[in-house]
Design a protein around this ligand. Structure first.
Ligand SMILES: Nc1nc2c(ncn2[C@@H]2O[C@H](COP(=O)(O)OP(=O)(O)O)[C@@H](O)[C@H]2O)c(=O)[nH]1
Ligand SMILES: [Mg+2]
Length: 213
């Protein structure tokens, strides 16, 4: 290859890498314990065979966001999306170290966890402004959806004009009322799911391909 051809191909490779569209980043947001990590793990396992992070009944187990990159989800009609799944810490306006003590965590560890969780929330909010292209907003169907933090978060997501799917999780529980979530956010698609028994997860994947594609 002559030197000009070589140089030209090097430049075009560089330009291609520079302008390559980055993958779509989908953030899973919502209050602590809604099931965000369970969903992230389920998506990652279903489509890549690997998990993302640990699930726990202790609030704020996910204190730093975790990513699973390059997850390709294919819908029934054959179209697909390749996304990075970002599992975020629960967004809440109040983090009290004493909450952790109830779960048998020692005081030093509880204080550390509370500090990390606070930083994690700030980080998750920062990404929502800078780095996220679409949101799965996860709610526990047995809880009140009208919490101020949910209204505020959905407002921020709307002001950024990000596509959002609301997942009404834990519909396997007897006191689940996903219709309450539907009436709280009539302007957005709401999918009732159970991350533990897998109910309607296929429907969620279809909606993801449709809304985030
Ligand atoms: N019954 C029920 N429990 C769930 C479901 N999804 C998650 N959980 C439980 O809820 C708790 C919190 O889950 P996790 O994924 O850590 O929530 P996160 O804080 O939102 O990441 C764990 O004990 C999970 O096993 C579900 O669909 N049904
Ligand atoms: Mg989590």
């Amino acid at each position: 290859m002559n030197i000009f051809v070589q140089a030209k191909s090097r430049v075009s490779r560089f330009l291609a890498a520079f302008f390559r569209k980055r993958r779509t980043r989908i953030g899973i947001y919502g209050p602590p314990n809604a099931g965000k990590t369970t969903l992230a793990n389920r998506i990652a396992r279903d489509w890549t065979g690997e998990a993302v992070g640990p699930v726990s009944e202790i609030p704020h187990e996910t204190r730093r966001a975790m990513r699973k990159q390059d997850v390709t989800i294919t819908g029934n009609n054959g179209s697909s999306i390749t996304i990075d799944i970002v599992d975020t810490p629960g967004v809440t306006t109040k983090i009290d170290y004493k909450e952790f003590l109830e779960y048998g965590v020692g005081k030093d560890e509880a204080v550390l966890r509370a500090r990390e969780a606070t930083e994690g929330v700030a980080e998750a909010m920062h990404w929502l402004r800078e780095d996220i292209d679409g949101v799965i907003y996860m709610l526990d169907s047995t809880e009140d959806p009208f919490l101020q933090v949910n209204i505020m978060m959905i407002g921020i997501i709307e002001s950024r004009k990000l596509p959002v799917i609301i997942a009404a999780n834990k519909i396997d529980l007897p006191d689940a009322t996903p219709q309450r979530i539907r009436s709280a956010f009539p302007q957005h698609p709401v999918i009732s799911i159970s991350c533990t028994d897998g109910k309607n997860i296929e429907e969620l994947y279809e909606q993801m391909v449709y809304h985030f594609g």
